[in-house]
Design a binder for this molecule. Sequence first.
Ligand code: DX5
Ligand code: ZN
Length: 227
Amino acid sequence: MTDFVIAPSILAADFARLGEEVTAVLAAGADMIHFDVMDNHYVPNLTVGPMVAKALRNFGITAPIDVHLMVEPVDEMISQFAAVGVDYITFHPEASRHVDRSLQLIKDAGCKAGLVLNPGTEVDSIKTLLPQLDMLLLMSVNPGFGGQKFIPYVVDKVRQARAAIDATGKAIRLQVDGGVTADNIANIAAAGADTFVAGSAIFGKANYALAIAALREQLAQSQLKGC
Ligand code: DX5
Ligand code: ZN
C-alpha cells in the first residue's frame, strides 16, 4: 500500500485565523501543511514568509510544514525558513542561479529538499538532480493562485516522474499541486503520485474532516483497482 500524504495548502485558508485553521485541518486528518510562499516577482501574487511559519510553530503546530517557495532568488528564503524549523523546502529550479547549491543549502540546514516543475517544464530537465531530492513536486496549474483547474496533461508527467523516481531506487516523494479534487485524485494516484496538495478542495469546504475523508476514500479506491 502506498503511504499517501495529504497536504492542505494554506493559500485557501482564512489568513486572519491561520493558527486555528491549521489546527482544524490537522485535527480533521491532514498529514502535512503546504505553505505557499509568493513574492510578486517569480509569481504575480504575494503571500507570507518565515515569520508566519514561526508564528505557526509558536502557536503549537508541530506537524510537518512543507514550504513551497515561489520566490526568486531562493537562497536567502531557504536559510530563513530552515531557521524556523520547517520540514520540506521546495523551489522552482529556474528561480535559482545555482540549483545544486540551493539544494545543498536546504540539506545542510537539516531540511528535506525538493524541486518544483511548472506544467510546461519537462521531467527530464532535472534528471541529473533527481537522486538528490527528497521530493519532486509537479505543478498541475501555473503557480501563483489557488482555485485553478487541474491541467490534464500533467497526468502523463506524473507517470514519467514515477518511472524516473523508481529508476533511482530512492524514496523520493512525488507531489502534485494545483486543482486536486476528489474527482481527479484517484487518477493522479494511479499515475504514481503519493503526496497531494489541496487548497480549495479542503479549506473551501465547510467540513474539513469530510473533505479529507472524501480524498482518502478516492485514494483507497485507486489502490483497489490495482493501478
Ligand atoms: C498555486 C499553489 C497551490 C495552490 C493549490 O501556486 O502552489 O498550492 O494553492 O490550491 P488549489 O488546490 O485550490 O488549486
Ligand atoms: Zn503550492
